[in-house]
Ligand binder design. Structure first.
Ligand SMILES: Cc1cc2nc3c(=O)[nH]c(=O)nc-3n(C[C@H](O)[C@H](O)[C@H](O)COP(=O)(O)OP(=O)(O)OC[C@H]3O[C@@H](n4cnc5c(N)ncnc54)[C@H](O)[C@@H]3O)c2cc1C
Length: 305
């Protein structure tokens, strides 16, 4: 009889849970469980755990799961999700230091209150600081790479790395840091600004988002990367995919680069719909769209690693 993974893991002060439900906290509201979900107590707990973890066991990091599609068969190995111990933003002059589990919106609000300009775009991005670094999140012409000055990450063997902005290799929705490194904190800097002016600008961003995006539904944000000099949503519309459905999954009527779960879709429905869109766009325009959303885990009935 195979010993369950949770019983073969190094001990930790944080929480280790077998078959932990992920769907409820994912923006798409789909997906199977984590074989084991680890919420470290602090950075030392994380480094000690990773140093002692069998290198053959896969590790996947999730933040607020606003840009991932978790497949129905769940995620094998250890899923690391940073909790409260890694949340919080502190202002020091023109610098905001934040734990990787801090909501990006909280970083924007802390900067606004302290009169630091250039962070407002983060308010509408519904992820964590860790996810924002990994995705080089951005909107309204601004991206994380414009404000980040440093980040701390833990690698798969438990070593801590202090990285400068240039070490991160941030490009459009990409980061060059290895996929299994866990960001634990970051520092961001901006210019001095008037809190009232910054707040007005944030209100404007909020209004614009409400008008153009499906904000109160189960979605994963932009599904596909914009190809060079093109907008993915324009290509999707040109291919006639707005409103396209597959069971409970649909292409948003409001923004064609968003997939929406009406509450009854599976991850397989959403992924198959996305593949259908890619196929139709390629047939119509010759352009093969690339997934921006990270798809993690295995399909239902998929093989064990
Ligand atoms: C309604 C809606 C609107 C959105 N609008 C925007 C937008 O305007 N601009 C934009 O850029 N994005 C947007 N997104 C996408 C998403 O919110 C961002 O990419 C966000 O930064 C992801 O953060 P997260 O914590 O949810 O990461 P997750 O979705 O959990 O993970 C995304 C990736 O980051 C990695 N990751 C997460 N935490 C860590 C960590 N601590 N260390 C290392 N890797 C980590 C994961 O492994 C995964 O590869 C939107 C999403 C939704 C649902």
């Amino acid at each position: 009889m195979t010993v369950p993974l949770v019983q073969r893991l190094p001990t930790a002060r944080g929480r280790l849970r077998a078959d932990a439900v992920l769907a409820k906290t994912s923006w798409f509201r789909v997906g199977g469980p984590a074989e084991v979900l680890f919420s470290p107590a602090d950075v030392d707990d994380l480094t000690g755990f990773l140093a002692a973890l069998d290198p053959g066991i896969p590790v996947t990091v999730v933040g607020r799961a606003s840009n991932v599609l978790i497949r129905d068969g769940g995620v094998p190995g250890v899923v690391i999700r940073l909790g409260r111990a890694f949340a919080g933003a502190r202002v020091n002059g023109a610098v905001v230091e934040a734990g990787a589990a801090t909501a990006s919106a909280d970083v924007a609000r802390a900067a606004q209150a302290a009169g630091i300009a250039g962070f407002g775009f983060l308010e509408g991005i519904p992820g964590s600081v860790g996810g924002a670094l990994r995705m080089n999140a951005g909107c309204h012409g601004k991206e994380v790479r414009h404000i980040v000055v440093a980040a701390r990450a833990v690698d798969r063997s438990g070593c801590v790395h202090d990285l400068r902005a240039t070490d991160l290799g941030l490009e459009y929705r990409r980061c060059a840091v290895p996929a299994d490194w866990v960001f634990v904190s970051a520092q961001f800097a901006g210019a001095a600004g008037d809190p009232a002016v910054i707040a007005a600008c944030m209100r404007q961003f909020r209004d614009q988002r409400e008008r153009t995006q499906p904000v109160r539904v189960a979605t994963g944000g932009s599904t596909f990367r914009n190809p060079p000099n093109q907008k993915a949503w324009v290509l999707i519309e040109r291919a006639g995919c707005r409103g396209l459905r597959r069971n409970g999954a649909s292409v948003s009527e409001k923004h064609a680069n968003f997939l929406v779960n009406d509450g009854t879709a599976s991850a397989a429905d959403l992924e198959a719909l996305g593949e259908d869109v890619r196929h139709r766009v390629q047939t119509e325009t010759g352009i093969l769209l690339e997934w921006e959303i990270h798809r993690i885990g295995r399909p239902l009935g998929g093989p064990h690693p």
